[in-house]
Design a protein around this ligand. Structure first.
Ligand code: C2E
Ligand code: MG
Ligand code: MG
Ligand code: MG
Length: 283
């Protein structure tokens, strides 16, 4: 009976799957040329210090300026970049662009703040990642402490032993390392201690209901304490309201990032934010 049902189901699903596959192939083809056509751009989202209320850094976030569709957010194309391996060359472009921008901001006399770059599994596992980063730092001549890498818990925990070594290599350049989306995967606390981390970023799914859901509040507080007891700075992602901000201030979270302060900004606006910060320091 199953055999009889088989072909019917097959016929029913096949056209749909084909359509999906064709759309994806089209996307892949477009993405292959996007780097050469300079269609990728970076937006910079500020991170804010609880203590000074001032900007402490940016996260660089990739966008695709599609000729017909306009600005495309990463969830629509990152997985294709990862599956096809294109993320490796796009990722190299991201690191170079960020380092060049840090250098330009410094040349303009702006206060240097670290800028973080997201690394996906594919990039992290790449053999010559070290060489690429070493070369980029050398060419741009920036202070490595101004470059930060964000890796998710799942990427780091997948092959924790290998990851620990790879992180040590990265860390040796003097860059900073953060664990992104903390709480969404499974972390071994033993590894959390062994990884040379500087920052722990609490995933925004815990921040969203932190003032209304007692469980989320408990978890967020525990994460802040955990980070501090391991000697790490802690950043809350996805802060959108004054109430969330008050909660995080009360519990001593070091830095915050979210729409409450700023959306990810195009370069000109990010530069503007830095310029305003400079005036604040002079006065
Ligand atoms: P992520 O690294 O966790 O980045 C934070 C995401 O949360 C960003 O989404 C940011 O715009 C969003 N966000 C920030 N504040 C708020 C808030 O208050 N509310 C809400 N609802 N969202 C907020 P975005 O830019 O769409 O990026 C999504 C993901 O794509 C990133 O998550 C990261 O995993 C990946 N990604 C982005 N750029 C790159 C890149 O250059 N390389 C790699 N490998 N992955 C990237
Ligand atoms: Mg991130
Ligand atoms: Mg994140
Ligand atoms: Mg995230």
């Amino acid at each position: 009976q199953a055999k009889e049902q088989g072909p019917a189901i097959y016929q029913f699903y096949l056209p749909q799957m084909n359509e999906r596959a064709v759309a994806r192939l089209k996307l892949e083809t477009q993405l292959r040329g996007a780097l050469a056509r300079r269609e990728f751009v970076l937006h910079y989202q500020p991170k804010v210090s609880l203590v000074s209320g001032k900007i402490t850094g940016f996260e660089a976030l990739l966008r695709w300026w599609h000729p017909a569709l306009g600005l495309v957010p990463p969830f629509q194309f990152i997985s294709v970049l990862e599956d096809t391996g294109l993320i490796v060359s796009v990722g190299e472009w991201v690191v170079l662009t960020v380092c060049e921008q840090i250098g330009r901001w410094q040349d303009q006399g702006l206060v240097p703040h670290p800028v973080s770059v997201n690394l996906s599994a594919r990039q992290f596992q790449q053999q010559d990642l070290d060489a690429v980063i070493e070369k980029t730092l050398r060419i741009t001549g920036i202070d490595p402490r101004l470059l930060e890498f964000e890796l998710t818990e799942s990427v780091l925990m997948k092959e924790a032993e290998t990851a620990a070594n790879a992180l040590q290599n990265l860390k040796a350049f003097g860059v900073q390392i953060s664990m992104d989306d903390f709480g969404t995967g499974y972390s071994s606390l033993a590894y959390l201690k062994r990884f040379p981390l500087d920052v722990l970023k609490i995933d925004r799914t815990f921040i969203r209901d932190v003032t209304t859901n007692p469980d989320d509040a408990t978890i967020a507080v525990a994460m802040i304490k955990l980070a501090h007891s391991l000697g790490l700075r802690v950043v809350a992602e996805g802060v959108e309201t004054r109430e969330q901000l008050n909660f995080l201030i009360h519990h001593g979270c070091d830095e915050m990032q979210g729409y409450y302060f700023s959306r990810p900004l195009p370069l000109e606006n990010a530069s503007q934010v830095l310029m305003e910060d400079r005036r604040l320091l002079i006065n």
